[in-house]
Design a protein around this ligand. Structure first.
Ligand SMILES: NC(=O)c1ccc[n+]([C@@H]2O[C@H](COP(=O)([O-])OP(=O)(O)OC[C@H]3O[C@@H](n4cnc5c(N)ncnc54)[C@H](O)[C@@H]3O)[C@@H](O)[C@H]2O)c1
Length: 272
């Protein structure tokens, strides 16, 4: 076996929630380039259509399903459709997620008075929990339901470095939702290991995507992170590809319950 064969994903049946943009779309690109079939599940119909067009132009075997991860019926329906078409699902990326608003500090270090802890709006809290936490929970449940009878499967959840640390520049609802996601990963990994299913997490730092209306693309927002990230740049969607391939392929077979931090060293602290 050549070295690269351990990262082989050809023929795998994969599903990616939030696959129409950013990190999820980069995952779809690397998996389909490796010969996997990919189904993108996303709530954004226009973005799905664009992603399908681009991926199939590159020769990918791609399907799109418009569904919201907060709607359990739609989620089950989507996964059942993939399983009915292919007879199984090998790999699921539970990746759909939304931002939780700005943090309590602005980029220049001043207090952001509109983001005081005591004033954080309930509606935002509820929405972020519904998508990031409960949505991830239901996605892992739905994947497990399909994978368990086969005795095999890989579930990869997009967590965040916000799962492990307090944040100045990231809204509290987001940070709390990802901390919960980290425990879903560990609980599911422990329980499902005996059924041949692994559950791991990618924990990105700041990546330039469309999250929070693309706020991280803004030059001022970028400057703050670029100053504070030891590798001196923010992540680009392409940066996730190696990790996604590792976690989807046999290369990670003996790993479960792990969080793979990918953040340019940001969570280590300030360097220079
Ligand atoms: N960008 C970052 O800095 C960063 C850092 C750490 C973790 N993450 C996580 O990465 C994941 C992907 O985010 P991204 O940065 O690529 O953002 P993005 O906005 O570019 O992509 C997210 C995709 O998820 C979809 N989506 C959102 N809510 C959904 C729902 N309820 N049902 C179905 N689809 C839904 C969106 O339509 C979009 O296509 C999220 O879980 C996010 O929390 C992002």
């Amino acid at each position: 076996m050549g070295n690269n064969d351990i990262f082989d994903v050809s023929g795998l049946v994969t599903v990616i929630t939030g696959g129409a943009s950013g990190i999820g779309l980069a995952v779809a690109e690397v998996l389909s380039a490796g010969g996997a079939s990919v189904t993108l599940v996303d709530r954004d119909a226009d973005a799905l259509a664009g992603a399908e067009r681009d991926l199939s132009a590159g020769g990918a075997e791609v399907d799109i399903i418009e569904a919201d991860v907060t709607e359990t019926g739609a989620l089950s329906h989507a996964f059942d459709a993939v399983a009915a078409k292919h007879g199984r699902i090998d790999v699921v990326f539970a990746n759909a997620g939304i931002g939780g608003g700005p943090g309590f500090l602005t980029g220049d270090g001043a207090r952001n008075s509109s983001r005081n802890f005591e004033d954080l709006p309930d509606a935002q809290w509820d929405q972020v929990m519904a998508v990031n936490l409960t949505g991830a929970f239901h996605t892992v449940q739905t994947a497990a339901r399909i994978m368990k009878p086969k005795g095999a499967g890989k579930i990869i959840v997009t967590s965040s470095i916000s799962a492990f640390k307090a944040e100045q520049f990231v809204g509290t609802p987001y940070v709390v939702s990802k901390a919960g996601v980290a425990q879903i990963v560990r609980q599911a990994a422990l329980e499902l290991a005996g059924y041949g299913i692994t559950v791991n997490a990618m924990a990105p730092g700041p990546f330039i995507t469309n999250i929070s209306g693309g706020r991280l693309k803004d030059a001022d927002a970028r400057a703050v992170f670029e100053r504070n990230i030891p590798l001196r740049r923010m992540g680009e969607p392409d940066d996730i590809k190696g990790l996604a391939l590792f976690l989807a392929s046999g290369a990670s077979d003996y790993m479960t319950g792990a969080h793979m931090v990918i953040d340019g060293g940001f969570s280590l602290g300030f360097a220079d």
